[in-house]
Design a protein around this ligand. Structure first.
Ligand SMILES: [Zn+2]
Length: 227
C-alpha cells in the first residue's frame, strides 16, 4: 500500500499572489466543510495541513462515500516542481515545432511510451495525435536519454533560483524555456501554488473546476500519483 496524492496546481500564480490565493481557496474549502480551517499535523511528515472536514464528500462525489480520506490537504505556496509521483515523464513536446521526443528512464516502472519510443497501440487520444503532429521519435529526434539530462539540469536550476533555462529543441533547434515545454502526459508542472490532497478518493472534475474558479482565471493542472 502506498500513499496517494492529488494536486491541483495554479500554473500562473507567482510568488506575490500564491499566499493570497491559497488563503482564498482554503477559506472556501473550510466554509464548505471540505477541510478544517485550523492547520494540524495531518500530513505524512511533520508539516501542517488541513484535515478532511465533515463534508469532504463534496470534493469527491457520493460514489466515494465508503472511501473516507485519511490524511490532510497540504498547501504549497513556495516554488515547487509538481509531478505525477514514481517513474518519470514519458515524453516532452516542443511548443515550436510540435515534435514529441520520447524519454527513456530505463527503470522498472512501465511508462506510457513503448519500448521503441512509439506510443502503445490504441493510444489514439494522445495530444500529439489530436494535433496531427509527428509521432514520438519522428524526424530523426535523438533518443530521450540524450536530452533528458539537459531537462534535469534545467529543473534543478528552476527549483533553486526560479530562472527558466532554455533547452534547444533537438528537431527545430529553437531554444525553448523549461516552463514552455509541454509534457506528453502532463507529467510536470512548475509553479508557486498547489493544493495537494493526501490519500483522498479521486477528486471530481466538478470540484477541481470550482477550485480553479477561485484562482483569478489562471490555468491549472491536475496531478496524481503515489509514493
Ligand atoms: Zn522544436
Amino acid at each position: 500500500m502506498g500513499d496517494f496524492f492529488q494536486t491541483v496546481v495554479d500554473l500562473d500564480a507567482g510568488p506575490q499572489d500564491a499566499a493570497r490565493l491559497a488563503e482564498r481557496v482554503v477559506g472556501w474549502l473550510a466554509a464548505e466543510g471540505i477541510v478544517l480551517a485550523a492547520p494540524t499535523r495531518c500530513l505524512l511528515g511533520d508539516g501542517l495541513g488541513h484535515e478532511p472536514g465533515p463534508h469532504w464528500i463534496k470534493a469527491t462525489g457520493e460514489e466515494n462515500a465508503d472511501h473516507q480520506p485519511y490524511d490532510g490537504l497540504e498547501v504549497h505556496t513556495e516554488r515547487t516542481v509538481f509531478h505525477d509521483g514514481q517513474g518519470g515523464p514519458g515524453s516532452v513536446i516542443c511548443p515550436r515545432c510540435g515534435t514529441t521526443t520520447g524519454l527513456d528512464f530505463g527503470g522498472p516502472e512501465e511508462g506510457p511510451v513503448g519500448e521503441d519510443g512509439t506510443p502503445p497501440p490504441g493510444d489514439g487520444a494522445s495530444p500529439a495525435d489530436e494535433d496531427g503532429l509527428p509521432p514520438v521519435g519522428g524526424h530523426g529526434a535523438p533518443p530521450g536519454e540524450e536530452i533528458w539530462p539537459k531537462f534535469g539540469e534545467a529543473i534543478t536550476t528552476w527549483y533553486e533560483t526560479g530562472a527558466a533555462a532554455h533547452i534547444d529543441c533537438p528537431v527545430c533547434a529553437a531554444p525553448v524555456a523549461l516552463t514552455d515545454w509541454r509534457w506528453g502526459d502532463g507529467w510536470f508542472s512548475f509553479g508557486y501554488l498547489g493544493f495537494e490532497f493526501w490519500n483522498w478518493p479521486p477528486l471530481s472534475e466538478e470540484f477541481r473546476a470550482r477550485v480553479a474558479d477561485l484562482l483569478d482565471g489562471h490555468r491549472t493542472a491536475y496531478h496524481w500519483g503515489k509514493l
